[in-house]
Write a new protein. Structure first.
Length: 236
């Protein structure tokens, strides 16, 4: 299969900063469409793999900006405990501090409840903005069952970034399940890059054991986790 290539002490924790109410940016001017990428997730916590995925998607989709959209409650992870919304937003802000074309949008947190992708796309869709939905390849197995998946692909072009070595096989299965039209859109947006090892669940498990490999978390995010005493006994 030919796919597009793209480059590569907690006893007295300080309170988190106020939660921003990030909104979708507007087009630069008349006749100028904004290519806007959307990367959603729990970000519990945000890690270096998320940033690598966003940077790859930025190049692959020729995106002008990317919004990181933390979920109030992921429909695919219901019942799982999350760090407070304010903490997850604060960690995102820290991780994106040096990324001038990436920012946080809190519309799903403000909306509350289950964070359905289709609701977010409907809210952000507007003339002069071309939406792209950034997906990790780990989303592929469940993607055909997503709520209103056909409308999702009408409102946003998918950009699927490799996150595991099984991604190509997962793509073929998802393409078949979606049918020829949606499957073709999915395949056209597949971005084959070197897999990044970062996964939030593995990172949380490491933090709970007091172990963390260097580079898995942005330094400012790790410092925030230590200061706030999140996710267990972090090695200092």
């Amino acid at each position: 299969r030919s796919t597009p290539a793209c480059p590569m002490s907690p006893d007295n924790p300080s309170p988190p900063p106020p939660m921003p109410s990030g909104q979708a940016p507007e087009p630069s001017g008349p006749g100028q469409a904004l290519a806007l990428g959307l990367l959603g997730g729990s970000f519990n916590p945000v890690h270096s793999g998320h940033l690598a995925m966003a940077r790859a998607a930025m190049v692959a989709g020729n995106l002008g900006e990317i919004l990181f959209i933390p979920a109030a409650q992921s429909p695919h992870k219901r019942g799982k405990a999350l760090a407070a919304a304010e903490d997850r937003v604060a960690m995102l802000e820290l991780a994106l501090a040096d990324e001038d074309k990436m920012s946080v949008a809190t519309l799903e947190l403000e909306r509350g409840g289950v964070s359905w992708t289709i609701d977010t796309l409907r809210e952000l869709a507007r003339p002069g903005v071309q939406l792209s939905l950034i997906l990790g390849s780990d989303n592929l197995p469940g993607l055909p069952t997503w709520k209103n998946i056909a409308e999702i692909f009408e409102l946003a072009k998918p950009i699927v970034v490799l996150r595991s070595h099984e991604a190509t096989a997962q793509l073929a299965v998802a393409e078949k399940a979606l049918g020829s039209t949606l499957g073709a859109l999915l395949t056209a947006g597949f971005c084959e890059v070197e897999a990044h090892p970062g996964e939030s669940s593995a990172i949380r498990a490491g933090l709970e054991r007091g172990v963390m490999e260097e580079g898995m978390l942005p330094q400012a995010v790790r410092a925030y986790i230590e200061r706030r005493g999140l996710y267990g006994d972090v090695v200092r």
